[in-house]
Design a protein around this ligand. Structure first.
Ligand code: NAD
Length: 385
């Protein structure tokens, strides 16, 4: 159970880049990082507009002289302080992740980076190399994997409760951009602009979340080849707003990820069903406290978050006990606590004996998007992974 008891000698000095006023994802980063007192927000370059960022930072209790114009100024100034920042979260639009993450690692900081980590595999390899060379933790913001029932799913697969895995049927298909909302929303405009979003829109934006859930729940799966069909249904969009990807794995299993923002009527639409030889599990991000467990010829029912029958590793993520709902904020808090634990072990030179979305997971997401785009450009041809 997580009860906020300290495991660090003192909170980690932490900064944010992006995530300023009105941003979609800034508040949950702060809320999750600060929840268990493992981090203290001491600096930031919160906004593309420095003045707005400064004002925002001050209103988040950051000292005025540590609300910076941009990340370069922040890294240089903080490096000169005895009490300078030790870790940073990057919550800016996609096209900035690579250069900021690279600069952060070079500055010797531990990094919590939004997805996609970068656009191209050569950049991902460079970040992997740098994280290793500088011996820093690089953590990817795949927030859904912090839910307790995802840990339970992972343990069920590892324990053989489902039998060998045959089929992974996954989707992250919302309907929020079924018309050209980007004409009125800056936060949507960059997502459909190839210069700012990269090779893809929905594959990188939502599909990579499901890819990482596959990796987290069934870590032994290795993609052998994939095919992808991608479309842009809304007129004028240069990037795909819908994509269907099929993966064949070396084990003989098959997987499917539907990535979409034009699934009209779907509020969120992130869910999966994983089918083994003897049983299946199913989960829906809108109902994260339940994991459906269906044994062929036997029981079918929803396992409940916080219950005593869950695997110990899943129970360890519990914050309030069974019967009470936990949600995305708790899932993200679990991940930031793991980030702090990983930093702590790293600083002490101890091996990290738990899983988390690391720099390699970020690189896998980048590679998957590249391969999907390659297939889609070749009329959905199979692409060797
Ligand atoms: P947004 O457009 O709502 O906000 C972006 C913020 O970054 C704004 O405050 C903007 O002023 C600031 N910014 C932009 N460029 C900057 C720079 N160079 N320096 C400092 N600040 C800068 O975007 P968002 O929806 O919050 O998305 C941000 C990132 O988070 C994206 O990479 C997105 O893919 C990711 N995201 C992840 C999840 C998740 O579940 N992990 C969910 C939503 C968004």
């Amino acid at each position: 159970m997580i009860d906020g008891e300290k495991f660090l000698e003192r909170p980690i000095r932490w900064a944010m880049i992006g995530g300023g006023r009105g941003s979609q994802i800034g508040y949950i980063h702060r809320s999750a990082a600060l929840r268990d007192n493992n981090f203290r927000l001491v600096a930031g370059a919160f906004d593309i507009d420095p003045e707005r960022g400064r004002d925002f930072g001050e209103k988040c209790y950051v000292a005025p002289d540590r609300c910076y114009t941009d990340y370069k100024e922040m890294f240089a100034a903080e490096a000169k302080r005895e009490d300078g920042i030790e870790a940073v979260s990057i919550a800016t639009p996609n096209f900035t992740h690579y250069e900021i993450a690279k600069a952060a690692l070079e500055a010797g900081l531990h990094v919590y980076c939004e997805k996609p980590m970068c656009f191209f595999s050569n950049e991902a390899q460079e970040l992997e190399r740098l994280a290793k060379e500088k011996n820093r933790i690089m953590f990817l913001s795949y927030g859904y994997c912090g839910h307790q029932m995802i840990e339970q799913a992972r343990r069920m697969v590892a324990s053989g409760d489902l039998g060998p895995i045959r089929i992974l049927n996954m989707q992250f298909a919302h309907g929020a951009h079924n018309v050209a909302v980007e004409k009125k929303s800056a936060a949507t405009a960059w997502r459909v602009d190839p210069k700012k979003a990269g090779l893809s829109y929905v594959l990188g934006d939502v599909g990579t979340h499901m890819l990482y859930l596959q990796e987290a729940i069934v870590p032994q799966l290795k993609i052998r080849r994939l095919m992808c069909s991608a479309q842009s249904f809304v007129e004028g969009r240069a990037l795909e707003d819908n994509a269907m990807s099929i993966m064949e794995y070396e084990s003989g299993a098959i997987g499917y990820i539907w990535s979409s923002c034009v699934n009209a009527g779907s509020e969120f639409g992130a869910r999966f069903r994983i089918v083994g030889e003897k049983a299946s599990i199913a989960w829906d991000a809108e109902h994260p406290n339940q994991l459906q467990y269906e044994v062929q010829g036997s029981m079918q029912g929803a396992m409940q978050r916080g219950a005593g029958y869950l695997y110990a590793e899943a129970r360890a993520d519990d914050r309030i006990g069974g019967g009470h709902p936990e949600g995305l904020f708790e899932a993200w808090s679990n991940l930031y606590t793991k980030f702090a634990r990983a930093i702590n072990k790293n600083e002490k030179g101890e091996p990290i004996d738990f899983w988390y979305p690391d720099v390699h997971a970020g690189a896998e997401g980048v590679k998957w998007v590249e391969k999907c785009v390659e297939s889609a450009k070749n009329e959905g041809a199979w692409v060797t992974y």
